[in-house]
Write a protein that binds this ligand. Structure first.
Ligand SMILES: N[C@@H](CCC(=O)N[C@@H](CS)C(=O)NCC(=O)O)C(=O)O
Length: 253
């Protein structure tokens, strides 16, 4: 788990849980939801991705790839949303968001790993592809390439800038993977109430923000009735209201 006790006096002095996040980031949403589910008090450190606040030298001291989310907990840095979820679970075990059985815990880990592996090639490709959205300009890309060590992200942002945007075959492949994943969620929900067990776990928290993003672009969730019921149950929880809905219209000062 990438935790870094920092030598920077300003970071070392940070007390409690400080969340570096952006309103619309699905990766940040999952951390805000987990914090609310666990009732952990936290301090908001807002990183405005629209103005590339994530690319400052100051922020690179916290996240080595200049991405959100990251947390600083009593001077210790943790980044990568799935690892932050695991870290919070370890430090704040109650209420538990881990399933009881070993087999369920293994499956929960699989869903957590998938959030990391599929974030760019499936979720981002599908969402940016549908919207033909460009979060960088050719000019801002120059600064980004110099700072960003993550080649997958550089290639992704470059792809959105090319003529014709993201190639249709990549969007189709992302669409196929998403249907595969939601068909699996649908099948799992036929066996238990939540994605991996009868209690809500980190797997549900990790995946509900993907629904939020895909739903903006009309992913056909109506093909998955049990998933729709899961969505309804989750989105009516106070943690979703506080961790997701209330941030939709956030305007940084
Ligand atoms: N796998 C990482 C992905 C983090 C990530 O890509 N965050 C996006 C927002 S969802 C970001 O900070 N993008 C800024 C950029 O690409 O410059 C995680 O789950 O924490």
């Amino acid at each position: 788990m990438p935790t870094n006790p920092s030598n920077d006096p300003k970071i070392k002095a940070m007390k409690g849980v400080n969340l570096f996040h952006y309103s619309q980031s699905n990766c940040a949403m999952r951390i805000r939801i987990a914090l609310e589910e666990k009732g952990i008090p936290w301090t908001s450190q807002y990183i405005n991705l629209d103005t590339q606040d994530n690319l400052t030298d100051e922020y690179f001291k916290i996240h080595p790839h200049g991405l959100v989310p990251a947390i600083v907990h009593d001077g210790v840095i943790v980044y990568e949303s799935s690892d932050i979820l695991r870290y919070l679970e370890e430090k704040f075990p109650e209420p538990s968001l881990i399933p009881a059985k070993d087999s369920e815990r293994e499956e929960m880990e699989e869903w957590l790993e998938m959030t990391r592996d599929l974030h760019v090639k499936v979720i981002k490709v599908w969402v940016y592809g549908k919207e033909r959205y460009r979060s960088k300009t050719k000019e801002s890309m120059g600064a980004y390439v110099k700072k960003q060590p993550n080649q997958e992200l550089i290639d992704f942002h470059k792809m959105t800038l090319q003529d014709g945007h993201i190639p249709q075959n990549k969007i189709d492949e992302a669409d196929r993977r998403l249907h595969e994943l939601f068909a699996r969620i649908e099948s799992n929900l036929g066996k238990h109430k939540w994605i991996v067990s009868d209690t809500m776990t980190l797997a549900d928290i990790a995946w509900i923000p993907n629904y939020t993003l895909l739903n903006y672009n009309n992913f056909p969730f109506d093909q998955y009735p049990r998933a729709l019921n899961w969505i309804e149950r989750f989105t009516s929880r106070p943690s979703y209201e506080k961790g997701v809905t209330q941030w939709f219209d956030y305007v940084p000062a």
